[in-house]
Design a protein around this ligand. Structure first.
Ligand SMILES: [Zn+2]
Ligand SMILES: [Zn+2]
Length: 317
């Protein structure tokens, strides 16, 4: 009995999939050129995306491999410039803790540990991701959603992830959670790009849930999310995490234009003083809940307390 061929869900129309040659053992470039002929209205990203799914002819494998490669490539691609900048004395004036330059040995140790964690810890959820996407109704089909839809969803994910991160990160600074889990991430009091994902597996999974779990909640509620949007979101979140660990604050850093953006200045203080600045992308949680890090914030807090006590004693007198 012949087993029925399971079509990729990138094209909902079986005739188009047949014209493109899906499942016929063609090479990637042949599939791509067929797509360019049959579906010329698609933009180049959509064509490459569709060709990947048709060529792989197995959506679970296609999504798993794509996510794994995307994560590896984007993470190290973003870390590389910071590792180079660390070697150039010119940039020293922008370093937040200028006397603490990570040595090559330290960076190599961190790299090995991060790679190990990528293969052992993150590989498992990545491979089970596609079946979950199908269940939740996350689409892989072309064309992609509009730019406005993607931008709105990504902005919401940034907002939600930051809230998740604030509370769980704050929790990780309590007693046993710190001692057995979060302490590993605080090995570097002056962080560098690669240290962004240097963490205990429990931390990777629970803080990582803010990145992957928030879109899952969103699609459960709305039923409307595309896998490409998720790829863009994960890339942007990776860049945010690496940059906030870079250790450099430039006059052209994003937080100079968006005052509520946290950036490296915010997270570097967290690593330096161990207390405060728990949020990931934005400053509002730490500002509103009075958990800002560093000597300036501490002095301000003390000043406020002093004023309160003085006012109270005035009232009593
Ligand atoms: Zn911490
Ligand atoms: Zn950190």
């Amino acid at each position: 009995m012949a087993t029925e061929h399971v079509m990729s869900s990138v094209f909902s129309n079986g005739t188009i999939a047949a014209l493109i040659g899906e499942g016929q053992g063609l090479s990637y470039s042949q599939v791509l050129s067929n797509i360019k002929t049959v579906q010329p209205q698609l933009n180049f990203m959509e064509q490459y995306w569709a060709a990947w799914y048709c060529y792989m002819n197995n959506d679970v494998l296609a999504t798993g491999l794509m996510f794994f490669l995307l994560h590896e490539f984007m993470y190290f691609f973003r870390c590389l410039p910071w590792a180079i900048i660390d070697q150039l004395p010119y940039f020293r004036k922008y370093k937040i803790q200028p006397t603490k330059i990570p040595s090559a040995k330290e960076q190599l140790f961190c790299l090995k540990s991060v790679l190990l964690s990528h293969f052992l810890v993150e590989a498992i959820p990545i491979w089970t991701f596609h079946p979950m996407c199908q269940k939740l109704g996350i689409s892989v089909a072309v064309p992609f959603p509009s730019l406005t839809t993607m931008a709105k969803q990504i902005a919401l994910f940034f907002f939600l992830e930051d809230a998740w991160h604030y509370w769980f990160h704050r929790l990780f600074h309590y007693g046993v959670f710190y001692k057995y889990i979060h302490k590993q991430h605080h090995r570097y009091a002056a962080p560098f790009g690669l240290a962004a994902e240097y963490a205990h597996p429990v931390e990777t999974l629970s803080l990582g849930f803010g990145t992957v779990g928030m879109p899952i909640f969103y699609v459960m509620y709305t039923g409307n999310l595309h896998l490409f949007t998720l790829c863009v979101w994960i890339t942007m979140r990776l860049f945010q995490a690496v940059d906030s660990h870079s250790g450099y604050d430039f006059p052209w850093s994003l937080n100079k234009f968006l005052p509520f953006w946290a950036g490296a200045e915010h997270h570097d203080l967290h690593h330096h003083y161990f207390i405060g600045n728990y949020a990931s992308s934005f400053r509002w949680w730490d500002y509103c809940l009075d958990t800002e890090a560093g000597p300036e914030a501490k002095a301000e807090r003390e000043e406020r307390m002093k004023r309160k006590v003085e006012q109270k004693s005035k009232k009593v007198n």
